[in-house]
Design a protein around this ligand. Structure first.
Ligand code: MG
Length: 162
């Protein structure tokens, strides 16, 4: 019996606009702007979804849920991620851990990290200790720094016992 360990990365960025709710990691956060997107614009769940797909060698979120498909208009990203968790598990993998960085100049996310962590761990059926959430500003630099958008970088590990 051998254990196969695999790793995948994910990244996403969406534009901040008025009159949209701000949803990060499946959690609605009080802010004067939200993220524009065909779905709910949840960059955090999109990055985690891509990290899992990458580790499993299953392509990317845009291939599975194309933004040209009306079924995914305003889609709840929690459901898309849950679908990918099922696909990954059906392929024989179990999720090891996920670590992620939310890149946001505003709002300050320190008060929201615990809720985001708990929510994603719940979607992935992971102990919260296996799910880590970090938040950083971009020191005023680039589109994140000028508050035009919010981005997320994620890494996931998968294991398969053969
Ligand atoms: Mg996205």
């Amino acid at each position: 019996m051998t254990a196969q360990h695999r790793f995948g990365i994910g990244y996403d960025i969406h534009r901040l606009v008025r009159d949209r709710p701000l949803i990060l990691g499946g959690v609605e956060i009080d802010h004067d702007k939200g993220l524009l997107g065909h779905s709910d614009g949840d960059v955090v769940l999109h990055a985690v979804t891509d990290a899992l797909l990458g580790a499993a060698g299953m392509g990317d979120i845009g291939e599975l849920f194309p933004d040209t498909d009306a079924r995914y208009k305003d889609a709840d990203s929690k459901l898309l991620l849950a679908d990918v968790v099922n696909r990954v598990q059906e392929a024989g993998y179990s999720i090891g851990n996920v670590d992620l960085i939310i890149h946001a100049e505003r709002p300050n996310l320190s008060a929201h990290k615990v809720r985001i962590r708990n929510r994603i761990a719940d979607i992935l059926h992971l102990p919260v200790g296996n799910l880590n959430v970090k938040a950083k500003t971009n020191e005023g630099l680039g589109p994140v720094g000028t508050r035009e958008g919010v981005a997320c970088t994620a890494i996931a590990s998968l294991m398969k016992i053969e």
